[in-house]
Design a protein around this ligand. Structure first.
Ligand code: ASP
Length: 301
């Protein structure tokens, strides 16, 4: 029997790990707990980067991405560019369980959601619309379809990635987001991509990312971390290694490292978290009813 652990990105990860920890202690599987935790954040109108009230893309449409992965079997499912469906993490799980596929996108994902009985909803709230208006790149100009350049300060971003270890010693993970605010229509980041925004394998560990997805994809962030754990690194060492890789790729391109952060968890219940400079990354951990919000270690370029 393992001691259950839940870890999730950002301060709102506290909501996710609180829900997940309660379920894990009652004997829920890692994947069930991670999904319930992520869904609690999708439902929270105060969180403007995930699910309901997520910040829209450059033309004012809320477009969501999510994926799930089961560390026992490597079963996984994902959806990207989904409009008008709030619980995209649950939808990703349906893709995993009900189809022979891993990733459904756009209208096809929405059609599948309707077939599965998910309701269509308007995900914009008056508050999120107001925030979107205020944070528009080139505000005052008429070219509102211009995307914000990656990592500009007004590109609000924050994904919830939840990793859990259950009593049986299994790992499960979920990643769900509205992606970068003001992104180009059709843009997909790391979050729904298995191996980038999330990777979970009982035989090595679990990892997830948040921040500028383009930089996470460039280094296959989550798979990099899980493979580093397989090679003997601790979750903390593995997260730091991935951030150093992001720093190195930025240096090769002659740019400043974008804001990126990673979390990791292994089957011994050890956790790790690291981020690029200026990211001010916080994450939440729950163990047996004890819930903490901690600061991720910044790795300078
Ligand atoms: N990684 C997400 C994306 O690029 C955004 C975020 O985590 O803030 O879509």
């Amino acid at each position: 029997m393992a001691e259950p652990v839940a870890i999730a990105t950002w301060v709102f990860g506290k909501t996710a790990v609180t829900v997940a920890d309660d379920l894990l202690r009652k004997g829920a599987s890692a994947l069930d707990a991670a999904l319930a935790g992520a869904q609690a954040v999708e439902d929270d109108p105060e969180v403007n980067s995930v699910g309901y009230a997520g910040l829209p893309n450059s033309i004012g449409t809320v477009s969501l991405d999510a994926c799930v992965m089961d560390g026992r079997t490597l079963n996984c499912g994902a959806v990207a560019g989904v409009e008008n469906i709030r619980h995209v993490a649950a939808l990703a799980r349906r893709v995993m369980e009900k189809t022979p596929h891993i990733l459904l996108v756009g209208e096809g994902a929405k059609l599948f959601a309707l077939q599965q009985g998910f309701p269509l909803e308007n995900l914009l709230t008056p508050k999120s619309l107001e925030q979107w208006e205020k944070s528009k790149p080139g505000r005052g100009r008429r070219d509102s379809v211009q995307p914000a350049p990656p990592d500009d300060d007004y590109t609000s971003h924050d994904t919830v990635t939840v990793l859990c270890l259950d009593k049986e010693g299994n790992l499960g993970g979920v990643c769900t987001t509205s992606g970068l605010a003001h992104k180009l229509p059709g843009r997909v980041g790391d979050s729904p991509l298995i191996g980038h925004g999330l990777y979970v394998d009982n035989t090595a560990g679990a990892a997830g990312g948040t921040g500028v997805g383009e930089e996470i994809i460039r280094i296959a962030g989550s798979l990099t971390i899980v493979e580093a754990m397989r090679a003997g690194r601790s979750p903390q060492e593995a997260c730091e290694l991935a951030v150093r890789k992001v720093n190195a790729t930025a240096a090769r391109r002659g740019v400043h490292p974008a804001r990126v952060a990673f979390i990791a968890l292994n089957t011994q219940g050890q956790t790790g978290a690291a981020c690029t400079a200026r990211t001010d990354f916080k994450f939440a951990v729950a163990r047996n009813g004890h819930i903490e919000v901690l600061q991720g270690k910044e790795i300078a370029p």
